[in-house]
Design a protein around this ligand. Structure first.
Ligand SMILES: [Zn+2]
Length: 102
C-alpha cells in the first residue's frame, strides 16, 4: 500500500519548482487542435506530460499527489498567472480580472 505524504502547497515550493523548471529547461506547448497544454519531461527527452494549471500527469503529481510540480509552475509562469494560487484564489483572481476588464 502506497502511503501518501501530503506535501504543502506553499509559495516557497512553487518558486523552487519554477527555478527547477527553468534550470532544467522545461518547455510548455499548447496543442493547436484541443487547446490542451503539454510540458516537456526532463527525465525523458521523448516524453511530455499533459499539464493544466491544476493538474499534471508527471509522477510527482500522479503518484506523489503533490500539489506542486515544475511543469505546472512553468505553465503558470508562461500564462502569467500567480505561481501560488488556490482554487478559491483562482476564482477571485478571475473575478477581479473581469472587473478590471469591464
Ligand atoms: Zn508535473
Amino acid at each position: 500500500m502506497l502511503r501518501r505524504i501530503s506535501r504543502p502547497d506553499t509559495p516557497a515550493r512553487w518558486s523552487a519548482a519554477l527555478g527547477r523548471a527553468r534550470r532544467e529547461g522545461v518547455s510548455v506547448r499548447q496543442l493547436t487542435a484541443s487547446g490542451a497544454w503539454i510540458a516537456t519531461s526532463t527525465s525523458d527527452p521523448h516524453s511530455a506530460y499533459e499539464v493544466s494549471v491544476y493538474r499534471c500527469t508527471c509522477k510527482a503529481a500522479e503518484f506523489g499527489d503533490d500539489p506542486v510540480c515544475k511543469h505546472r509552475a512553468m505553465l503558470r509562469y508562461h500564462l502569467r498567472l500567480p505561481l501560488h494560487i488556490s482554487a478559491s484564489g483562482m476564482a477571485s483572481a478571475a473575478a477581479s480580472n473581469l472587473r478590471q476588464a469591464a
